[in-house]
Design a protein around this ligand. Sequence first.
Ligand code: SAH
Ligand code: DHB
Ligand code: MG
Length: 221
Amino acid sequence: MSRKSWSAVDDYIVGSLFEPDAALDAALAANRREGLPEIDVSAAQGKLLHLLARIGGAKTVLEIGTLGGYSTIWLARAVSAGGKVVTLELEPRHAAVARSNIERAGLGDRVDLRVGPALASLSALQAEGAGPFDFIFIDADKPNNPNYLEWAMKLSRPGTVIVCDNVIRDGAVLHTDGRDANVEGARAAFSFIGKDERLDGTAIQTVGAKGYDGFAIAVVK
Ligand code: SAH
Ligand code: DHB
Ligand code: MG
């Protein structure tokens, strides 16, 4: 099995199970036009995030790492009309594309996009008394995973679901040489979730249009 067949099966999943989706297609087209890196979640993964949030009845979502807002759109559609997604992005250029993609999808009213280093935005959120969030998606700079997980604990409640992206990285998560900061970040997520008594978690390896990677998923006890 190769990346090509993983991708073909992802196309089959989307073709069989998903409605045509002009807003998501337009978001990916805009991202490409603006030269954003193509590191958004795949459609099948986006829908998994959407379903996890819906299954948990999430009304408030925190996302760390917006890029062009592709995953944000999936998550914003999972919260009910009165719900809210707070999404944090460092790069003003990414944020501008995301804002336009989210507006085009008709979700501007329920998305609060904040530009700047996520750690600063998280402090500001806490100072404002934001949270607890029902669902938290961590998908930004991987070396900060432990810091983001620490913040996730502060901004959560028992039952909050936390998903952390890109924790398998082609299997490189097993590399202990410390040479890849992104792998170290993935391992730090495992170590945090494994050690923290307040969390119960697992990780799921994924293959598909975005290659071989995976999510860590945890619930706050
Ligand atoms: N969740 C998106 C993909 C996010 S890619 C999706 O699936 O569609 C990771 C994003 O995190 C990039 O846009 C990058 O600019 C952003 N990022 C990197 N470091 C950051 C930081 N310190 N604070 C906030 N965002 C950061
Ligand atoms: C990278 C980041 C992501 O969020 C992702 O989904 C894939 C790759 C990266 O920085 O390499
Ligand atoms: Mg990711």
